[in-house]
Design a binder for this molecule. Sequence first.
Ligand SMILES: Cc1cc2nc3c(=O)[nH]c(=O)nc-3n(C[C@H](O)[C@H](O)[C@H](O)COP(=O)(O)OP(=O)(O)OC[C@H]3O[C@@H](n4cnc5c(N)ncnc54)[C@H](O)[C@@H]3O)c2cc1C
Length: 218
Amino acid sequence: MTIRMPEPDEAVLARRGEIVAALRAIVPSEGVIDDVDALCPYETDVPTADRPPPIVVVLPETTDQVSRILEWCGANGVKVVPCGSGTSLSGDALPLADAVLLGLSRMNRVLAVDHEDRVAVVQPGVTNLAMTRAVEGRGFYYVPGLSSQIACSIGGNIEENSGSAHCLKYSLTAGNVGCAVQIGGGTGVPVVHTVELVDWATGGLAPQALSHRERNNA
Ligand SMILES: Cc1cc2nc3c(=O)[nH]c(=O)nc-3n(C[C@H](O)[C@H](O)[C@H](O)COP(=O)(O)OP(=O)(O)OC[C@H]3O[C@@H](n4cnc5c(N)ncnc54)[C@H](O)[C@@H]3O)c2cc1C
């Protein structure tokens, strides 16, 4: 069965040039993709769906750019679909023909690692495997090591609450992400996630951040 996508808003499609120009004013031009052929890799994350390419793909590198993109699109009635690595297979990252696809893959930096407390602060486009690579030298790993870990992103893992065999003992993504901050239009809140790390040898004690969160959730 093919998943049918909603009919696009022709009024928005007619503003394609204006939308692309506005995004180019925010993100340097190589981070804005509107060439028909170059849009193809972004057209679907599931084989049994319609494959409408988005109006444009925008690949911000900073929190400020994400904030300004969301602010402009919100103010101008343009839909935004976020996308990590597009591996979900579930149609969740499917673009809409009359939407902007916000690709977070260039926001791929591990900003801080605290080995003592076993937490790291990362941008959403960090891949699952890159998270473990960043800490394995000190004997740590990031628990939800998916089969797609070489490609999938922490942001996508959070949205899907993804898991792996390790999660039978240490919980799915939701149990390993201490704090996930998504920003709305115009806010200055950093786009970062705090992820917990586990000691290979022992599994380790519950880090303070986890205990604190559990207390807050109680
Ligand atoms: C070969 C293969 C193996 C797989 N193995 C596993 C497995 O072992 N376990 C498992 O659970 N899944 C697995 N998956 C599914 C998939 O990899 C996971 O669902 C993964 O978490 C998706 O991450 P992504 O970065 O590709 O997200 P995407 O597909 O890009 O996006 C998924 C959803 O997250 C949203 N999103 C992405 N980034 C952000 C962000 N920064 N902010 C807000 N929303 C965002 C998107 O809009 C979409 O709704 C596998 C897939 C493949 C192709």
